[in-house]
Design a protein around this ligand. Structure first.
Ligand SMILES: Nc1ncnc2c1ncn2[C@@H]1O[C@H](COP(=O)(O)OP(=O)(O)O)[C@@H](O)[C@H]1O
Ligand SMILES: [Mg+2]
Length: 210
């Protein structure tokens, strides 16, 4: 179970984490992209932070939609529309809700991942953010279905995302800018898969604090 206040805390923690890691994310994108992922995303989350106060009395659907809209309109590059769609799609299934059960969180997580696939015309195994998000969602859903509590299920999700990031080093990119490099994309970890891991880690850190 989670409430709207916690969602706002998680968004705030994700923004801070992305800002703290922006140089590393940009370095990763320098290796196989155009070196802007950290800058792009931290700019987007900064605009989200500026909107946080306006989310105070809103339901979870409206908060997530607000996050998505801010990301779409401020993040240059592929990751803006992709993360934006993820948050907006999650928001759609949380309309009018001020609390979410763990099952409802899993439903929102799934909607976010499906949103990325739809917007990116992409799938797992193409060296993108989906290589951390898809296994993370499966682990989370599996944990919830198996009767784990929210922190345990999210811990499983974070571990699966971290493994997914490692996996991106072993595959050739077939989507996004890194695809231009073909075999030369091997050995490098995907920036978007890494930022997705950071967002999940931020959520876990907040929930662990209770
Ligand atoms: N079609 C896609 N589907 C899913 N994720 C994608 C797709 N294209 C790119 N990405 C993700 O976006 C990340 C790059 O983001 P960013 O650098 O902000 O955008 P750009 O590539 O336009 O410079 C990649 O590391 C990858 O994870
Ligand atoms: Mg880039």
């Amino acid at each position: 179970m989670i409430d709207a206040k916690k969602i706002i805390e998680i968004v705030d923690a994700a923004a801070k984490k992305i800002d703290a890691e922006k140089d590393f994310l940009t370095q990763l994108d320098n290796e196989i992209g155009d070196g802007d992922h950290g800058i792009n995303l931290s700019r987007g989350f900064k605009s989200v932070e500026e909107k946080l106060a306006t989310f105070a009395d809103k339901d979870i659907g409206a908060i997530l939609k607000g996050v998505g809209t801010a990301l779409v309109s401020t993040v240059g590059g592929a990751s803006g529309p992709l993360y934006g769609t993820a948050f907006m799609k999650a928001g759609n299934v949380c309309k009018g809700k001020f609390t979410l059960t763990d099952e409802e969180i899993a439903t929102a997580f799934n909607a976010a991942v499906e949103g990325v696939k739809m917007r990116g015309k992409s799938a797992e195994g193409e060296k993108t953010m989906l290589d951390s998000l898809c296994p993370a969602y499966r682990a989370f859903q599996g944990g919830v279905d198996g009767g784990k509590n929210l922190v345990q299920a999210l811990e499983d999700a974070v571990n699966a995302a971290a493994q997914g990031v490692e996996y991106t080093k072993t595959i050739i990119a077939t989507k996004g800018r890194a695809a231009y490099l073909q075999e030369r994309s091997l050995g490098h970890q995907d920036p978007g898969a890494t930022s997705s891991l950071y967002i999940l880690q931020a959520a876990l850190d907040v929930l662990k604090k209770g």
